[in-house]
Design a protein around this ligand. Sequence first.
Ligand code: FE
Length: 240
Amino acid sequence: MIDFSSFHKLSYGLYIISTEFDGKKSGYAGNTGFQVTSNPATLAISCHKENYTCGIIQQSKKFSLSVLQKELDIAIIGDFGFKSSENTDKFAKYQWKKGVLGIPVVTDSCIAALECEVIQEVDCGSHILFIGAVKEAEKLSDKAPLTYEYYHEHYKMLAPKNAPTYIDPANLQSEEEKPAAEKTDDADMAEHICIICGYTYDPAVGEPSLGIPPGTAFEDLPEEFTCPICSAGKDYFKKV
Ligand code: FE
């Protein structure tokens, strides 16, 4: 038997993975990045085949991994994690630099950055595991790293469907383990969840980043309201 809630006990960080091929910059936010060996230093990332960046890494054979800091504006995760580099310039709004391997390295809200050359690709079905030799590594600050647990608990975000760690809510057993979207609440002041990225609008809190005061019901938000994370319109929200 597989108790899927046990997967929630695994701990991860959150990273911005970037690459570039033939002038096309591409990147995504992901939680699967880990050191495989120390001598020589190698890292691995697990990338969904439908993720646009996956195909670009297969061509460039290089990637950078930037370690996100604990306290940040989660718009960076919304932009890198819930949009596609195919039709969005994810780098336009954020600080980054050209790395020694000629690929973008995101430095915005990041505490360390490593650049790798792919030495092995492992086809894992839905995902490709890229193992990379570390060619450059730089510490950017002494701030604490963002953990996946803190991201879920503090920022109330879900894992996108393409994340290796995505768990179908139907597979979670207890009510507490289900995302907020699965629970029920009162009518008017009900929370609303963005079905694209998992951001939850809580009327009791409002949305300080958009100047929306506490006590504003979802129905009373302006029609031009968009998700602060992924920019989806009100139609993409459902009542919790
Ligand atoms: Fe959203």
